[in-house]
Design a protein around this ligand. Structure first.
Ligand code: TRP
Length: 453
């Protein structure tokens, strides 16, 4: 069932702003820096950028063209071109956001906790080494913040005021970027931070491993919201006269710049405040929450700046979680014809039900270690390193086998020249599918301990 009238973005700027708003979120500010810190700094950054301009570009273009030519959301778009097994691609991409949004809300809850902490002047205690680990290990408090975040997301989606939030975020997003630049400058000029800048910006090829590629690829999917149907939906709202290739390029640039900036804010600070300690570099999901409070504590007006920073991060996180939940709700509505209210309530139940174990996995349930990972990391791995490569592979298959590359080119050319057409054709046929398979197989074998990469 399709929605009756499909709205469209006002033009190129409308499209770029809307897609960037959904792309820029915790993925850029929280996830990217901890992965870069863990997987070798500069080499991770280099691999990430190379993947974004090849795999990322190819997949975003394919999804957007698919959305614009069919005017449908993922499952409908797949069904337009195939009746066979490939429809599974539409299904997988619809399920992925349902598995991401619960743990996204857990991190969103942490952000609220830190916002409240700074606003109430707890700066010194938050900057201690043990504050974060004690907070996440508690059985009740993180769960409460999770629920607050879910509730905020739910209220926006149920009252249908996304447009209002979008408008606010268009103003606040640039403010976040400016604040991030100020924090970066402060961070990189601390004594000892230069080592961190080097670690982050100069690739050290001895730190390269297949895992660097696996992690960078998962991050790229996550950050650009690839392989989960959302870009198909956005493509369906894109007007025919909008220049597709250059809009995509702009979204990629904005998203990547924010991620790079976040890394520059956090990684040099690890060196300045923890002496480049390996355990801090490997801190994983907790890195931002351990390092950033130390930066603010050492700053004049750190309390106020900290509160503003976490408020802005919260807005960026909310725009993404709203868009994640909205995607899930519209899949449920389209697929089963459920009412909006019923779909929203079901999603809230699911977000809380799956979110709670993710949260408790850092404390009372830390003995539950699926595949040796914490529960949150497990969902993260399952979606980013397993389901997204499969989904992206199926998109390539759909494009090459069922739709045909000529139709994609025709769609792109409706509004402009297709400058990178040759490269696109090569990538979508060979490089991307083969690369995805290699990555998928190696990451799965790696977690099962069959190979070490
Ligand atoms: N890209 C978002 C971020 O960087 C997270 C995200 C993943 C997302 N999938 C999405 C956001 C789907 C909106 C819709 O934080």
């Amino acid at each position: 069932m399709e929605k009756k009238a499909r709205g469209t973005f006002s033009g190129k700027l409308g499209y770029v702003l809307a897609v960037s708003g959904s792309a820029v979120g915790l993925g850029n500010i929280w996830r990217f820096p901890y992965l870069a810190a863990k997987y070798g700094g500069g080499i991770f950054l280099l691999v990430y950028i190379l993947l974004a301009v090849t795999f990322g570009f190819t997949l975003i273009l394919s999804e957007t063209a698919l959305g614009r030519m069919t005017g449908k959301s993922p499952i409908g778009a797949f069904k337009t071109f195939t009746k066979g097994k490939l429809v599974a691609g539409g299904w997988i991409s619809a399920i992925i956001p349902m598995l991401i949004v619960p743990y996204y809300c857990v991190i969103g809850g942490w952000v609220i906790k830190y916002l409240v902490g700074f606003a109430s002047g707890n700066v010194e205690s938050m900057a201690t080494d043990t504050f974060f680990s004690e907070f996440v290990a508690a059985p009740v408090e993180p769960v409460i913040w999770l629920m607050v975040f879910v509730l905020l997301t739910f209220m926006v989606v149920i009252f249908g005021v996304e447009k209002g939030v979008e408008r606010i975020s268009k103003i606040l997003m640039p403010v976040l970027i400016v604040l991030a630049i100020i924090i970066c400058i402060y961070s990189v000029t601390r004594p000892g931070a230069l080592e961190g800048v080097k670690y982050y910006l100069i690739p050290d090829f001895s730190k390269f491993s297949v895992m660097t590629v696996v992690a960078a690829m998962g991050q790229m999917f996550y950050s650009l919201s690839i392989a989960m149907g959302i870009l198909i939906t956005y493509g369906s709202y894109m007007k025919k006269e909008v220049n597709m290739e250059s809009s995509i390029k702009q979204v990629e640039v904005v998203d990547t710049l924010v991620a790079i900036l976040a890394g520059l804010m956090i990684i040099p600070a690890v060196f300045a405040f923890s002496g480049g300690d390996q355990t801090t570099l490997n801190a994983g999901p907790s890195l931002m929450f351990i390092t950033i409070p130390k930066v603010f504590e050492s700053m004049g007006m750190g309390q106020a700046i900290g509160a503003v920073f976490f408020l802005l991060v919260l807005v960026a996180a909310l725009t993404s979680s709203i868009s994640l939940m909205e995607t899930c709700v519209s899949s449920l509505q389209d697929q089963w014809g459920w009412s909006r209210k019923k779909s929203c309530l079901l999603m809230v139940g699911e977000m809380i039900l799956l979110g709670i174990p993710c949260s408790l996995g850092f404390g009372v349930w830390d003995f539950i270690k699926p595949l040796g990972l914490s529960i949150l990391d497990f969902f993260d791995f399952l979606t980013n390193s397993v389901m997204m490569p499969i989904s992206a592979f199926l998109i390539c298959l759909l494009v090459v086998k069922a739709i045909g590359l000529d139709r994609i080119s025709q769609e792109v050319r409706l509004s402009s020249k297709f400058k990178r057409e040759k490269a696109y054709r090569f990538m979508v046929r060979y490089l991307v599918p083969v690369g995805l398979l290699i990555i998928l197989v190696s990451s799965v074998l790696n977690v099962f301990g069959i190979i070490t990469i």
